[in-house]
Design a protein around this ligand. Structure first.
Ligand code: 13P
Length: 249
């Protein structure tokens, strides 16, 4: 049985004082969660968040990292820097990074290898654009994105990563994939992993992301292939995020 994992992706929101306020409100609300709970925050918020989540069931995540250990990469952050701040998870290859910051499947792979080598758990994002779904490319695309990101990992390492299936057309739009669509594509991703890494595919947790909220979470989480969610907008309010986390109540 895979333990569900619900993660917030705050994107470019919340200053350190706002971050502290949000997480302080969240802690008592999600204390009894049956799933793993993660907040992926801007790097400037790490210290403020870490201070209040220590000793709770909330884990800290980052939204990106560079693959090099150190060097002349102005504005970038290394895995070691994240680790020392108490970060345990890192989102890699989010569609916004692919769209606005030149992220490619090849660089997602480099980041994944570096994250795993450093002992961070990557949350690797894959997903199709609207026109790709309409053209019938979804399965081929998510298969390619997933297997490229994982290239060079062992099956044991693959078993521990998290994948987030985020159809680009469902992000921030209020449009959600139907429960069946999300389940089917996540099933495709799991089959792709099985074709190369065998039974490790049964252990990989695969989240759905894209306008997931307190109203639609139950239906999505009832699907057999869906192991959690990566939540944008609804993770910015403690009440909303806690309702997503407590989807089983
Ligand atoms: P929304 O939940 O705002 O659609 O964002 C989803 C997302 O991109 C999470 O990474």
């Amino acid at each position: 049985m895979r333990k569900p994992i619900i993660a917030g992706n705050w994107k470019m929101n919340k200053t350190p004082s706002e971050a502290k306020e949000l997480v302080t409100a969240l802690i008592p609300l999600v204390r009894d969660a049956a799933c793993d709970v993660v907040v992926c925050t801007p790097a400037v918020d790490f210290a403020a968040v870490k201070e209040v989540i220590d000793g709770t069931n909330i884990k800290l995540g980052a939204e990106n990292m560079h693959w090099k250990e150190s060097g002349a990469y102005t504005g970038e952050l290394s895995a070691a820097m994240l680790k020392e701040c108490g970060v345990e998870y890192v989102i890699l290859g989010h569609s916004e990074r692919r769209q606005y910051f030149g992220e490619t499947d090849a660089t997602v792979n480099l980041r994944t290898l570096a994250a795993v080598a450093a002992g961070l758990t990557p949350i690797i994002c894959v997903g199709e654009k609207k026109e790709e779904r309409e053209a019938g490319y979804t399965d081929a695309l998510v298969t390619y994105q997933t297997l490229t990101a994982l290239t060079g990992l062992t099956a044991e390492q693959v078993a521990k990563v998290v994948i987030a299936y985020e159809p680009v057309w469902a992000i921030g739009t209020g449009l959600t994939a139907t429960d069946e669509q999300a389940n089917e594509t996540i099933g495709v991703i799991r089959s792709a992993i099985r074709s190369v890494y065998g039974d490790a595919a049964d252990e990989v947790r695969i989240q759905y992301g894209g306008s997931m909220n307190p109203k639609n979470v139950k239906g999505l989480m009832a699907q057999p292939e869906i192991d959690g969610g990566l939540i944008g907008g609804a993770s910015l309010k403690a009440e909303d995020f806690s309702k997503v986390v407590l989807y089983d109540r």
